[in-house]
Ligand binder design. Structure first.
Ligand SMILES: *[C@@H]1O[C@H](CO)[C@@H](O)[C@H](O)[C@H]1NC(C)=O
Ligand SMILES: CC(=O)N[C@H]1CO[C@H](CO)[C@@H](O)[C@@H]1O
Length: 301
């Protein structure tokens, strides 16, 4: 099925639904008070995610941050979860630390490691060229053989050619981030924009790598801030809006696409970020659940 058919087909033919896709959640390494999570904290996280949504998959960004790999993998084993482990390659130290901790723990918990991402939006930030990123991915593939390795970046960097060298290298797995919210869309049009952006990225990947490219594709991040969050242009934070947007994510899953919702839980320890114009933006209300693991709306797709 071509992704471009999605929006139209959704409207007219829900009976054509084939196999469902998979939903996962982005998960932080810190407790509400900013301390590092222990194995028992990850286990409580996993219980809450599974109870609320049925999902048994999470992704992180830096496996050495709070020694995450050491604690999240045994927790995943005890709760039947899988984890996408992250490597932060932007600076040499985190690239080395993340790779080393994954090389140590991933082979011990092979069934718990879904994949490994090298970088999150590094092309978007202009941190690497496509070729430089491919080199980093290849270093990781060599250091930790036997796992799916890829990267995550913003939909527009796949669409505008910045990622072409990466796409041509046909990594095992690619994550495409797309947020109706960061397009400054009103909630009424936000899901349309989200599908459209993903579609453009997926189509470009197909154009560059061929229809039979074999790269496993995921929507790597999407989400919407709830009550207490900051607005962005016409995109208004709010729990009702987040609930409506989540329903669009569920449609995508119903249609057989894979997506990670950003994020599982509020992270109240996060400092406000200072955006364009010096305005402080709240980063602590993106959770599908509160910091004490209560759902804000139904997370069943
Ligand atoms: C609504 O989304 C579509 C699809 O991305 C976009 O082309 C259009 O410009 C959006 N409408 C507004 C008012 O921004
Ligand atoms: C090559 C390059 O641009 N490296 C930068 C990537 O981003 C980090 C911050 O995350 C900088 O410290 C690096 O200099």
């Amino acid at each position: 099925m071509h992704f471009s058919l999605l929006a139209a087909a959704l409207a007219v033919a829900p009976a054509l639904v084939s196999a469902k896709g998979t939903l996962g959640f982005a998960l932080g390494t810190k407790n509400a008070d900013g301390t590092c999570k222990a194995q028992s904290d990850y286990e409580a996280d996993f219980d809450a995610i599974a109870d609320a949504s049925g999902s048994k998959l999470v992704r992180g960004y830096s496996a050495s941050d709070c020694n995450a790999a050491q604690y999240i993998l045994p927790a995943a084993k005890s709760k039947g979860f899988q984890v996408v482990l992250g490597i932060w390659p932007d600076v040499q130290k985190s690239f080395d630390d993340d790779r080393n901790i994954i090389a140590k723990y991933a082979p011990q918990y092979k069934d718990q490691v879904y994949a490994i991402t090298v970088g999150s939006e590094t092309l978007y930030r202009g941190n690497f060229t496509g070729d430089q990123l491919v080199d980093k991915i290849n270093i990781v593939k060599k250091a930790v053989p036997g796992f799916k390795v890829g990267t995550a970046d913003s939909w527009n960097k796949y669409d505008d050619g910045t990622a072409d060298a990466l796409i041509r290298s046909k990594p095992d797995i690619l994550f495409v981030n797309a947020f109706g919210f960061w397009q400054g869309q009103k909630i009424e049009n936000a899901t349309h924009q989200y599908f459209d952006d993903l579609n453009r990225a997926y189509q470009h990947i197909e154009n560059v790598a061929g229809a039979d490219h074999g790269i496993e594709l995921w929507n790597g991040e999407t989400g919407w801030p709830t009550d207490g969050g900051s607005d962005f242009k016409d995109a208004k934070a709010g729990t009702d809006n987040a609930k409506a947007y989540y329903a669009g994510v569920c449609s995508l899953i119903d249609w057989g696409y894979n997506a990670f919702y950003f994020e599982a839980f509020d992270e109240p320890w996060k400092p406000a970020s200072i955006g364009d114009g010096g305005l402080a933006a709240d980063e602590t209300h993106w959770g599908a659940m509160t910091a004490d693991r209560k759902t804000k709306f139904s997370l069943q797709c």
